[in-house]
Design a binder for this molecule. Structure first.
Ligand SMILES: *[C@@H]1O[C@H](CO)[C@@H](O)[C@H](O)[C@H]1NC(C)=O
Length: 251
């Protein structure tokens, strides 16, 4: 096919937009862990392009149906908290589902709120295992391509609503950054957070901030049924995939 150069140049942007934007972001990145009990940032109205914000819960872990308008338990006088069921779980031996605070290089909160990313761990004991996380939060202390995976007992970080919600120690359970040091400490956790706490030492093998390769994927319906947040179509088809409940795998 011989086309004048001017035609080829005119078509180039179309070609690029079709190949680049049909995928969404991917690359390599880092992880950390946290559980601060705060209302996540994507739980405010009109953050991403999803009709509903991320579901939050009251102090007793009951869903708030507030349209996303309740102040965070991390702010003075606030009473919206992260729901305990936004804890990670094992789907099978090599796949887990969960949630994370996210920072994607060159992107912004509006583009990642409620988007899902398939992480393939590339270091530590979980190397080769995969986890699909939905972005529910961001963080001023996150670097580029950084996934701060939500797991109870992972450390409260900058903010802490766990003392208010569950009577956790003043700096949360364990170290402020990194959280508790062993599975035995999960036994003393509030009932609703025990499974998520144990997950870190079972399926996740106590991995300490492993690196990842990541790519954006459509969210599993088993994740969005808990968060109640589904992006509308943008760079990829965001229709949730698979069954709306997926049981926890046990060895
Ligand atoms: C885990 O589940 C995923 C998704 O259903 C599947 O693709 C994968 O093959 C499963 N792996 C194992 C080891 O069963």
């Amino acid at each position: 096919m011989h086309l004048p150069l001017s035609t080829l140049v005119a078509l180039l942007p179309l070609y690029l937009s079709a190949t680049v934007s049909a995928q969404g972001p991917s690359g390599s990145g880092k992880t950390t862990r946290y559980w601060d009990c705060c209302k996540p940032s994507c739980a405010w109205p009109k953050k991403g392009n999803a009709p509903n914000p991320v579901r939050t819960c009251d102090k007793n872990d009951q869903p708030l149906n507030d349209g996303g308008n309740t102040r965070s338990g991390c702010d003075s006088g606030g009473s919206a908290f992260m729901c305990s069921n936004q804890s990670p779980w094992a789907v099978n031996e090599t796949l887990a589902y969960g949630w994370a605070a996210v920072n994607i290089a060159g992107s912004n909160e509006a583009a990642w709120c409620c988007a899902c990313y398939e992480l393939t761990f590339t270091s530590g004991p979980v190397s080769g295992k995969k986890m699909i996380v939905q972005a529910t939060n961001t963080g001023g202390d996150l670097g580029n391509n950084h996934f701060d995976i939500a797991m109870p007992g992972g450390g409260v970080g900058i903010f802490n609503a766990c003392t208010q919600q569950y009577g956790a120690p003043p700096n949360g359970w364990g170290e402020r950054y990194g959280g508790i040091g062993g599975k035995n400490e999960c036994a003393g956790f509030p009932a609703a957070l025990k499974d998520g706490c144990n997950w870190r030492f079972d399926w996740f093998q106590g991995a300490d901030n492993p690196n990842v390769n990541f790519r954006q994927v459509a969210c599993p319906a088993a994740i969005t049924s808990k968060s109640n947040c589904v992006r509308q179509r943008d760079v990829i088809d965001q229709t949730p995939t698979g069954p709306s409940t997926v049981p926890t795998w046990t060895p």
